[in-house]
Design a protein around this ligand. Structure first.
Ligand code: GLU
Length: 489
């Protein structure tokens, strides 16, 4: 049987470098074995999934040079490859589980579930569904449904014994069934949860190896049970260690930008970023760390993946990118790359209109638009403090803005503006006085092209990074301060 792997991202935010890493490992494993690599969009969380995020994921993976054999854009024999278009499959298989008595309808109200949780917490018992609706008879269930009482479908989980999960990197892992929750499989709106949709699709799409982040290990027993109930062979599992910051903490955007497209924006070459990610799973060949995709495929093996946690070491990335820029491109290719970077996605068309009314000579453009072609800005703290806000208010304003920006579902000019207005309200400062230091942090100058447009075009990741640097220049903020300032947002 041919090896088939997949990357199954949920389109709920900016595509993450962790997703790129997992995609690369899946790609390398499939290609090493002459198999196929698929892309499936897991968008069953209807409230959080967005088409922009899906587009960005495809764009980011394509930019990296990872191509998939089947997926929502290229199609394939096992489509559709977007879960929101596969509802009939999930309904059918949930129905089968119910009919066979492997799942049950649960009519518990959120209030009851909360009361159970509180009780469990007070008794220091692990949280989880208490099995209340297991005893609801089919006749009772039908009556409740007829009366319009909403319900979810839950997985029936044995209360005794254990299950052993075999992980390609970790070997056998034993889970006691008593610690496994009776997972919701179908929500009250009829949409499946991740667990049901993921298992049904992996089976229907012929996935042979599931290679995903280690945060999913605790889901494996539930999935094993589903495969058993359906009578399907379970794919081999390989849970990959999560990327870490240099200090070994979990990679987080507060310490390191995590968006793939941030690295494009910063001017890293896709092959350098891919090479950098590959080095977390592929040993250098004869000490040579620079390698192209076919070389990575040849050298890859899961035995090289260390459980210690791969470090997303940006110093190493910088070094590698520098080598690509210096050694791997001739002058013409270098020029082409610069053009591609500077002019991508109609960049000029977006930024020029912001500058036009503010110039007298074309040569004024250089200074006015420089921040659009820069990465991190080294701002002078005195310049940040030149306006009306004191140091403390400035630090608060940057922290609050960072938190509000992170929470925005969409990164648009109106949503950015609304956030800055809220910063003014919360800090009790005038909007004009708040805007000024943001101008300095984002554009490097107190006077520039419109701020909110600049922020929108630069992207959330780079804005976050520039605000982080500005905050640092003002003395930073302790976790305690950050927590206090973000309270109630
Ligand atoms: N949709 C899940 C995610 O976003 C996929 C996990 C898996 O690969 O099973 O990470």
């Amino acid at each position: 049987m041919s090896v088939r792997t997949r990357i199954a991202p949920s389109p709920t935010g900016d595509p993450h470098v962790g997703t790129a890493y997992v995609a690369l490992v899946n790609y390398l494993f499939a290609k090493k074995h002459g198999g196929q690599f698929l892309l499936r969009i897991e968008d069953t969380d209807r409230a959080r999934s967005t088409p922009e995020s899906e587009r960005a994921i495809l764009e980011a993976l394509e930019w990296l040079g990872l191509s998939w054999d089947e997926g929502p854009d290229v199609g394939g024999p096992h489509g559709p490859y977007r879960q929101s278009e596969r509802l009939p499959f999930y309904t059918r298989y949930a129905g089968e589980l119910l009919a066979a008595g492997h799942a049950f309808k649960c009519f518990c109200t959120p209030e009851r579930l909360e009361a159970v949780r509180v009780e469990q917490r007070q008794a220091s018992r692990p949280p989880g569904y208490d099995g209340h609706c297991l005893t609801v008879s089919p006749a009772e269930a039908a009556a409740l449904e007829a009366a319009g009482v909403s319900h979810v479908v839950r997985l029936k989980v044995p209360r005794e014994g254990s299950v052993t999960i075999d992980d390609m990197l970790r070997g056998p892992i034993v889970f006691e069934w008593s610690t496994v929750d009776m997972q919701v499989l179908v929500k009250s709106d009829g949409w499946p949860t991740y667990h049901l949709a993921n298992v049904v699709d992996d089976h229907l799409m012929g996935i042979t190896h599931v290679m995903r982040g280690e945060e999913w290990i605790s889901s494996a027993p539930k999935h094993a049970l589903l495969y058993e109930y359906f009578g399907w062979p379970m794919p081999k599992l390989c849970h990959l260690p999560l990327l870490r910051n240099a200090d070994k903490s979990k990679l987080s955007k507060r310490k390191n930008p995590t968006g793939i497209l941030f690295y494009r924006r910063m001017g890293y070459l896709p092959e350098a970023l891919l090479n950098f990610l590959a080095l977390l799973a592929v040993p250098p060949i004869d000490g040579e760390e620079v390698m192209d995709l076919p070389t990575m495929v040849g050298a890859f093996g899961v035995e090289h993946i260390s459980l210690g946690g791969p470090v997303f070491d940006t110093t190493k990335l910088d070094w590698l990118n520098g080598r690509y820029l210096r050694e791997k491109l001739d002058d013409a290719a270098f020029e082409a790359r610069v053009r591609e970077w500077a002019l991508r996605d109609g960049y000029l068309e977006r930024i020029l209109p912001l500058a036009r009314s503010r110039i007298e000579r074309l040569s004024d453009l250089g200074q006015l638009l420089a921040h659009f072609f820069s990465g991190r800005l080294d701002v002078d703290p005195e310049k940040l403090r030149e306006g009306k806000l004191d140091n403390e208010t400035l630090r608060r304003a940057f922290v609050i803005a960072g938190a509000l920006f992170d929470a925005l579902p969409e990164w648009t000019v109106p949503s950015i503006e609304a956030s800055i207005r809220r910063v003014a309200e919360i800090t009790g400062a005038k909007l004009r006085d708040v805007v000024r230091p943001f101008y300095v942090a984002i554009t490097g100058s107190a006077q520039s092209v419109p701020l909110f447009d600049s922020m929108q075009i630069l992207g959330r990741d780079l804005v976050r990074e520039r605000l982080r640097i500005a905050l640092e220049r003002l003395g930073g903020a302790t976790s305690k301060e950050q927590e206090a300032w973000k309270k109630g947002l």
